[in-house]
Structures are given as C-alpha cells and as structure tokens.
Design a protein around this ligand. Structure first.
Ligand SMILES: Cc1ncc(COP(=O)(O)O)c(C=O)c1O
Length: 379
C-alpha cells in the first residue's frame, strides 16, 4: 500500500461510502437534534478579523510568564482538583460572593449547558427574547428543553409588561436575558431585571443573565445574586480577559443552584492548567481594565465613524456594534468588506436582523481598516 492509498483509507467520505454499502439502515439522530441547524461562525483567511467578539490584544506578558512556571509545577499524572477550589475562591473574591456561589466550566457555554442539564430537560421550557445569543436556544434544545421565543420591540428593547406576561403565561424553568445583549450590544435596564426576577421567583424558575460582555457595561446583575433569589449570572474569560483560547467561564449563583450543577458536570472537566490560568489572570485586573478602556474608546470612535456613513447603528455597551446599511444590501456590504480583507459577522439573513452586520472592536489599525473599507463599499 503506498502512502496516498493509506491516506485515502482514513478520508471520512470514503469511509462513509463504504460503510453505507455494508449497513443498509442507520440509526436516526434524536428528533430535536435532527431539526437543529448546528452552530456556524464562518471564518475566512483575511487580514482583519472582526467577527467573533474576541479581544484584539493578548493577556499581559506577566501572566504568560507566570503560567510557564505553573506548567512545570503541575502533577500531570494526577487528576486535577475536581472542585476547582482555588479558582473558585479567587473568582468569588473577585466577584464579591462566596466560593460556594461560583461554578466554573470550559467556557460559559459549558456552564450554561450544565445549567440546562440540571434545570431544563423534557417537560420543561426555556424562554429567550430574540434577537439574542443563539446558543441560549441551541443549548436548551441540546438539553431536550422546549424553547419559547419572545420578541423584542423594533428598536431591540424589551417591553417589561410583555416580558412579564410571557413569564407568567409559559412558566419557564429558565428565562434567559443577555446583558449587554449579543448581537445588539444593549444593556437591560435594572428595573426590568428586578421585575423579571420577582416574576420568575414566584413560578418558581431561574433567571439567567448572560454577562459575557458584562465588564464593558455600566451595570451588572452580579450584585443581585444571593441565596434567596433564583438569579444566575454567566461570565467568561473569553472576552475582557483576552483568554478565548483557554475556554474558561463561570456562573455566579445561589449555592443551592451550584450544588446541582456539580452533579451534572463531568468529573474533572476543568483541567489543572486551565484552573491555574484562570486564577492567575485575576491578579492582572488592572491590566484587564486598561485594555477594556482602550476598547471602549475605540468602540466610541467606530460609532462616531459610522455616524458619518449611510448606516443605522445601535448604541453598544459591549465590544461590538450592530449596524445596518441604509440602502445597500447587507450581504453585498459584507462581501465588499471581505473583498477588502475585513471580516465582520454577517447577520443579514438572521431572523429579525435583516440587512444587519456586527463588527467587533479591534485594535486601532484594524478599526481604521474597517471604517475605510466600509466607506469605500458604501460611498
Ligand atoms: C453572549 C455570549 N455568551 C457566551 C458566549 C460564549 O462564551 P465562552 O467563550 O465563555 O463559551 C459568547 C461568545 O461569543 C457570547 O456572545
């Protein structure tokens, strides 16, 4: 057998062709999985990548150097601390809660998946208000939870009376909010959070506030978390901490919620290196805040640039801006930007977001490249 024949042996399409010759019938996937489109975030090989809301800057050098020291000290032959105790103590101190009120996971997405495995499931319902972060519905479906989609107003704000009525009518086990909301960048008013929290408590249910971009915003729901309220706040190291590659996120929640999440998380799901990386990062809070201040200033500079162009855009408190070209077709504008080596998120075919694009705030030179490419495309 020559090497190309050997490679062809493991090419998946060939394997599946052969298997289908042998096996007449295949087991069908679960019904709700069969209906899922899957999660897609297309990537292109471009010079300026402003499509996934990552930080344009790496974590501080001091953090990376300290991490190298940690690497050598890890007992690689042993399982990691299953309770991630030191990480949780550090996160708890950072957030001003008790360690028993912190649940860490491989990205906030995995934390949300654990939440839905524990509190969603067959016969239970999750409520989300669209447009919002697609993974809230996606993860709920994965956990065999029925999803009810509520609507936002045309300006993407949420009508409090309508939201409260949806909660009392559908009695969701979990109600999702995202603040700042992805993809609009808008922060939910404190009065709405407090009202929904009271309504959800009466059911009883849980209110999940996804604060993946929380540190960019003027308000946080973390201060409302206590043992008596059914409030869970999700946060991540992926955005403000510049650690998307680490896959680390956490929930701040009453300890009675965290205790249930620990039952559904796979044993030792958080590796030792990641636990150390997350704990160490918190020592660089000042550097994180400095990076964020730069991004917030850049966000406002992009917004001012968009004001000069024929686009509508929405006031954002995150590290991205949603915008809609006034007369041009969103798809064509996205393609025009990509042709100029600038990749933004194409939301133009998403429900309720016709014609919209979302740009992540990048480094100053990347933002310049975006603004000049956009003006070339539009003018
Ligand atoms: C609103 C929101 N929540 C959660 C996440 C996922 O974060 P993580 O990387 O921690 O899984 C994202 C990622 O883009 C997001 O936009």
């Amino acid at each position: 057998m020559n090497s190309s024949e050997r490679v062809s042996e493991i090419v998946p399409e060939r394997v599946s062709e052969r298997v289908s010759e042998i096996v007449p019938e295949r087991i069908a996937v679960r019904d709700n999985v069969a209906l899922m489109p899957g999660y897609h975030s297309p990537q292109l090989d471009v010079a300026v990548r402003l499509n996934t809301n990552e930080s344009p800057a790496p974590p501080p050098e001091g953090w990376a150097e300290a991490l190298v020291g940690v690497l050598a000290g890890i007992d690689w032959h042993r399982y990691p601390d299953r309770a991630a105790r030191e990480l949780r103590v550090a996160v708890a101190e950072h957030e001003g809660v008790a360690p028993e009120q912190v649940f860490a996971a491989n990205g906030s997405n995995e934390a949300l998946q654990c939440l839905m495995l524990a509190f969603g499931g067959p016969g239970r319902l999750a409520l989300a208000f669209e447009p919002t972060y697609a993974l809230h519905s996606h993860i709920s479906v994965l956990a065999a939870t029925e999803v009810m989609s509520g609507e936002r107003r045309d300006d993407f704000s949420l009508d409090p009376d309508y939201a409260a009525a949806m909660v009392s009518r559908h009695r969701p086990a979990v109600t999702f909010l995202c603040s700042p909301n992805n993809p609009t960048g808008m922060v939910e008013p404190q009065s709405l959070l407090e009202r929904l929290l009271a309504d959800v408590a009466a059911l009883p249910g849980l209110l999940l506030v996804d604060e993946a971009y929380g540190q960019f915003a003027s308000r946080t729901a973390v201060r409302l978390v206590d043992e008596s309220r059914p409030l869970v706040v999700a946060r991540t190291y992926s955005k403000t901490w510049s650690m998307a590659a680490a896959r680390l996120g956490y929930l701040v929640a009453p300890s009675w919620v965290v205790a249930e999440l620990e039952k559904v998380a796979l044993p030792y799901h958080l590796d030792a290196f990641k636990q150390a990386a997350g704990r160490l990062a918190l020592a660089y809070e000042r550097e994180m805040k400095d990076r964020m201040a730069v991004l917030v200033a850049e966000r406002e500079r992009i917004a001012a640039g968009l004001d000069q162009l024929p686009v509508r855009h929405w006031a954002s408190e995150a590290n991205f801006i949603l915008f809609r070209p006034c007369s041009a077709d969103g798809e064509a504008v996205w393609a025009g930007l990509a042709a100029r080596s600038v990749l933004v998120r194409n939301c133009s075919s998403w429900p309720r977001l016709a014609g919209c694009l979302r740009v992540t705030v990048g480094a100053p030179a990347e933002n310049d490249a975006f603004l000049s490419a956009l003006s070339e495309v539009l003018i």
